[in-house]
Design a protein around this ligand. Structure first.
Ligand SMILES: Cc1ncc(COP(=O)(O)O)c(C=O)c1O
Length: 373
């Protein structure tokens, strides 16, 4: 597959650094001069800014989105033997966090139009052991939170949002990250809002959850060497706090460009023989990824690569068919929409420095390969 020689790479993080180099180096130097390498003022400043951005009372900065999911579930009281309902069409970390708590993931199939957890299938998956519903805003597209929250409240369940791909998304005018009891974000370098290393955060309006996460991220400490409980080392580095403040300042530009690229792709691919995901007109999708669904996906991908276009597959296998979750013995055919989505999904390049010529080249080449409707 084409990488450095690609006419259109899948992602270009080097171009982003070139544009921000002076600002970034200045901020990293500040961290070094202050020797505030772990948590500290830069992380605190980012927490305040990201909470305001998410329209939540609290943000607790952590070392990854996976840690954010883990602490979020613990804060909601998930214990060994409990069940947490989630989607099979996500990155492994969503289910891993459930497993870390000793709980069991219960996979509910997706709505093929949005690739997100289908709320119409949710209720029948609820049992006496269900504790939390964990929807994922996949590719940045908000899950149907109105329906999910309504079902959760009727059954006395908490909702933790996996917002790891959805910085800046809105559902019915409200920011994702502020909709459930708490939310988990990732700042992995490929995300729309990204660190220069690992990073994550929990957002919440709940004082108790924030307080728990603040202690849990640093060995259960409530004050120096006072350990209320056995916690974790899930702290954010000072460098990441400094970098993330700069990235947040430039986020609106990244967000607008992603939305514009998605609009162009949609227009250019309208007649192509493929399926496009549905955008709810009441929501705002930041397009962390732009995906299409095509038959013979791997062949199409190879043909694109031969013409210098790098693509990616998020994700080739739904979680119930991953070897890591084979012990649950859920056979192929059980969650047919997630399985079909994973067989057909194809991610196209989308990033700030992708220009109109490249967008047209990608879309026109893809249309040539798959044909028109
Ligand atoms: C949907 C989803 N959940 C969880 C994660 C885990 O985040 P991290 O890689 O920061 O641990 C990711 C990121 O890769 C993700 O995309």
């Amino acid at each position: 597959m084409a990488t450095s020689t690609a006419v259109v790479p899948f992602l270009d993080l080097k171009a982003e650094y070139a544009a921000l180099r002076e600002e970034i180096l200045g901020a990293l130097d500040r961290v070094c001069r202050n020797a505030s390498f772990v948590l500290g003022p830069e992380v605190q400043a980012f927490e305040t800014q990201f909470a305001a951005f998410c329209e939540t009372k609290h943000c607790v900065a952590l070392n990854s989105g996976t840690s954010a999911l883990h602490l979020g579930l613990l804060a909601l009281g998930v214990q060994p033997g409990d069940e947490v309902i989630t989607t099979p069409n996500t990155f492994l970390a969503t289910a891993e966090a459930i497993t870390y708590c000793g709980a069991n993931p219960v996979f509910v199939d997706i709505d093929p139009a949005t690739a997100n957890l289908n709320p119409n299938l949710l209720e029948r998956a609820i049992t006496a052991k269900t504790k939390v519903i964990l929807p994922v805003h996949l590719y940045g597209r908000p899950a149907d939170m109105t329906a999910i929250l309504e079902i959760a409240s009727r059954h006395g369940l908490s909702v933790l949002e996996d917002a790891c791909q959805a910085h800046g998304a809105r559902h019915r005018g409200r920011r994702v990250g502020s909709l459930g009891k708490a939310a988990a974000f990732s700042f992995y370098p490929t995300k729309n809002l990204s660190a220069y290393g690992e990073g994550g955060a929990i957002t919440t309006n709940d004082d108790r959850i924030a307080q728990f996460a603040r202690a849990a991220r640093t060995h259960g400490q409530t004050s120096r060497y006072e350990h209320e409980f056995v916690g974790y080392n899930y702290r954010m580095d000072g460098f990441q706090g400094a970098v993330l403040q700069i990235k947040l300042k430039h986020f609106a530009e990244v967000d607008a460009r992603h939305k514009e690229i998605a609009r162009e792709y949609r227009e250019l691919l309208a007649a192509a023989r493929l399926d496009l995901p549905h955008d709810d007109p009441g929501d705002e999708c930041p397009y962390h990824l732009f995906v299409v669904y095509v038959d013979r996906r791997d062949d199409v991908r190879r043909e694109l690569a031969a013409r210098g276009i790098e693509t990616a597959v998020h994700y080739p296998r739904p979680l119930h068919l991953q070897p890591a979750y084979a012990a649950y013995g859920i056979p192929r055919g059980t969650l047919p929409h997630a399985e079909r989505a994973c067989d057909r999904v194809l991610g196209l390049p989308i990033y700030l420095s992708l220009d109109s010529g490249q967008i047209q080249y990608v879309a026109n080449t893809l249309r040539e390969i798959v044909g028109t409707k």
